[in-house]
Write a protein that binds this ligand. Structure first.
Ligand code: AK4
Length: 293
């Protein structure tokens, strides 16, 4: 198969190439289909790699916009990080290529699309569905942390669903967006832990906080510290002003887990391996890690 699974992302699989031949991908290697989505930097298309018939998502980024936003080095870092991650709950980045005006990311195709749309449609998820996603995310984050990759924040917009209902973290370029937002302090703070909104040092436990925010949002339909004013969200995060509404009804076990993740002192947050043993996860999460309705 021409889509590499083991080699450096820029190269095609060695066995399909003459030794030492580092042939680059070009757009001519793909049949490009319908657009799947559009973002600030460009569109995402479904595509087929001609030689292998492998279906992928092709993200097409404008070089001009990348330059204007000064994110070229961050895009490079994303590719670098992603090429070393192999996990069923992390969207693969197979490689990239570029032409005069554009940069193309060759991504794993997630057939069931964006999770936030499902959340909007359902308003909130069942405890079974929420726990299945939270445990899948915890396993993906444990894997990342083992590779010294901190995800920084995860939110529904950056989660995709595969053909069999498996959750896929699809971001890593996303941290770029948060970074510029963080600097200008004009975007959403909702998913950031106290130490990050206060611009303090942070470590892998920021991901435990973000997962706690996400768990709350799965169950209640909105993030816990949401407010009209940015300054109010800031205050609510730093004070950990956490409330559990009476509707929708959420189990005491779920609230217990969320309360153990949304802790101001980063060192006191429930470690991810302990999260996997929490009774709410054990009793509700599908052990296959796949929510199938
Ligand atoms: C959708 C199905 C970095 C910089 C600047 C796979 C951007 C589907 C999709 C899919 C990135 C990225 C991404 C993964 C997801 C692409 O748009 O969600 C639609 N959709 N539906 N992928 N299957 N979308 S985007 N990695 N990285 O954009 N990086 C980046 Cl510096 C701009």
């Amino acid at each position: 198969m021409a889509i590499s699974t083991e080699t450096h992302p820029q190269q095609q699989k060695v066995s399909t190439q003459a030794a030492g031949d580092k042939k680059r991908w070009t757009i001519d290697d793909f049949d490009v289909g319908k657009p799947l989505g559009r973002g600030k930097f460009g569109h995402v298309y479904i595509a087929r790699e001609k030689r292998s018939n492998h279906i992928v998502a092709l993200k097409v980024l404008s070089k001009t916009q990348l330059k204007q936003s000064q994110v070229e080095h961050q895009l490079r870092r994303e590719v670098e990080i992603q090429s070393h991650l192999r996990h069923p709950n992390i969207l693969r980045l197979y490689g990239y290529f570029y032409d005069q005006n554009r940069v193309y990311l060759i991504l794993e195709y997630a057939a069931k699309g964006e999770l936030y749309k499902d959340l909007q449609r359902c308003k909130y998820f069942s405890e079974r569905r929420a726990a299945t996603y939270v445990s899948a995310l915890a396993r993906a984050l444990i894997y990342c942390h083992g590779k010294h990759v901190i995800h920084r924040d995860i939110k529904p917009e950056n989660l995709l669903i595969g053909a069999r209902g498996e959750l896929k973290i699809a971001d890593f370029g996303w941290s770029v967006h948060t970074f510029s937002r963080r600097r200008t302090m004009c975007g959403t703070l909702d998913y950031l832990p106290p130490e990050m909104v206060e611009s303090k040092e942070h470590d892998a436990s920021v991901d435990i906080w973000s997962l706690g925010i996400l768990c709350y949002e799965f169950l209640y339909g909105l993030p816990p510290f949401e407010a009209e004013e940015h300054s109010d969200t800031y205050r609510r995060i730093t004070q950990v002003d956490l409330n559990f509404p009476s509707k929708p009804v959420v189990s005491a076990l779920a609230k217990d887990l969320i309360s153990q993740m949304l802790v101001k002192d980063a060192s006191k947050r429930l470690p991810l391996h302990k999260l996997l043993q929490h009774p709410w996860i054990v009793q509700n999460a599908d052990p296959s890690g796949v929510y199938s309705g």
